[in-house]
Design a protein around this ligand. Structure first.
Ligand SMILES: *Cc1c(COP(=O)(O)O)cnc(C)c1O
Length: 357
């Protein structure tokens, strides 16, 4: 018997979530963001499931993009960090990869190549995120260099607080000032922008987390309220049951101490599977479909759950849902002081994946 842990990837839910993005984004075209192995969901299966829906796919990893091309994918591919060295440029050309250009050197590599006129580039503007992108002067220089070569560009920026109190208006205003008089298409919005500011996503929106069923702002609106369905469900089983007397502790560090006699289940899932070690005692978990809580520290291969108030037949062999169908990943992420993105991306290679759909 293999260890009972597995992740289910629901491709119907993925396609449903894409249609939610489509509905919000109106006439904008959509890059399905599939970086980081499609946020842990598996790049190839995600691309396959969204192939007839998405206008293109956006990612970071050059070798994965090349693999998609070698497998026959002809859709547009956008490389969100562009080239890292001049030697990448021939690969971008050969595989028709659209680069995001965010600093002058990347542009110079491209201008020194036989860049084909039909392959556009994205110019990234820094409007306040202050990670990547051109300022106004550098943008003007870049644009005129491209115009001399008849290479089309799309003007892109990224919002720092589309999910938070500061919103996007301040960055949109800077974008408008920086690009005044320019008529190129734009690419502005991630999931939070698509859901909160659907009129400001630009011509090409870039949904990521919402496709996978995570809310970009779970404290304000749950995934269910946004009509998003979980795509990844992480399941395991109870592999042992312990009876604790009052005063007994459980797990490393003895951080949880029973204040009464308790029944505790040991689940075959730990941080080496991708479950967050920082999930606190009390994190929600489903045992045999019923909500209960984790107890004590998460260890590498195991975690502990409270069975005290569950029926006595709930014991070894009973299924446990760590997150997904019936238990939003956002809830677990919040209990661990993180975001669903990190849980999904951290799904460990040792967890077998099963597709639904
Ligand atoms: C990852 C990424 C996105 C997707 O963001 P979500 O919050 O997951 O929707 C969009 N644009 C860029 C540039 C990104 O790097």
């Amino acid at each position: 018997m293999p260890r009972p842990i597995r992740a289910f990837i629901d491709l119907f839910a993925l396609r449903h979530n894409f249609s939610v993005a489509r509905r919000h984004a109106g006439s904008a075209r959509l890059w399905a963001v599939v970086k980081a192995n499609a946020y842990g969901h598996g790049l190839e299966r995600t691309v396959r499931a969204l192939h007839d829906l998405a206008d293109g796919f956006a990612l970071i990893e050059l070798e994965r993009a090349i693999a998609l091309r070698e497998a026959g994918l002809t859709k547009p591919l956008l490389m969100l960090e562009g080239c890292y060295a001049a030697s990448d440029v021939p690969l971008f050309i050969r595989h028709r990869l659209i680069p995001v250009i965010h600093r002058r050197e990347q542009l110079d590599w491209l201008l020194a190549s036989r860049w084909p006129a039909e392959l556009p580039v994205y110019l990234k503007l820094n409007t306040g995120m202050n990670r990547l992108g051109f300022d106004t002067a550098a943008l003007l220089n870049a644009k005129s260099a491209l115009a001399g070569r008849h290479i089309d560009c799309v003007l892109m920026t990224h919002f720092a607080d589309a999910d938070g109190p500061r919103g996007i208006d301040w960055q949109l205003e800077r974008f408008r000032v920086m690009t005044s008089g320019m008529s190129e298409p734009t690419s502005l919005g991630n999931s939070a922008t698509i859901l909160r500011y659907p009129e400001s996503v630009g011509d090409w929106a870039r949904p990521g987390i919402m496709l996978y069923g995570g809310s970009p702002f779970p404290q304000a609106k749950s995934a269910a309220e946004l009509e998003l369905r979980p795509v990844m469900t992480l399941q395991s089983e109870i592999v042992a049951v312990q009876g604790l007397a009052a005063g007994e502790s459980i797990g490393y560090g003895c951080t949880f101490v029973a204040d009464r006699p308790m029944r505790v289940g040991i689940v075959a899932c730990g941080y080496a599977d991708g479950y967050p070690r920082h999930a606190v005692t009390g994190t929600s978990i489903l045992v045999a479909g019923q909500r209960t809580r984790t107890l004590g520290r998460v260890s590498m291969d195991k975690l502990c759950v409270d069975l005290t108030d569950l029926p006595p037949e709930v014991g070894a062999g009973v299924p446990v849902t760590l997150w997904g169908e019936g238990l939003p990943a956002d809830e677990v992420a919040t209990a661990a002081g993180t975001i669903s993105y990190e849980l999904f991306c951290a799904l460990a290679p040792r967890v077998p994946v099963m597709e639904i759909g």
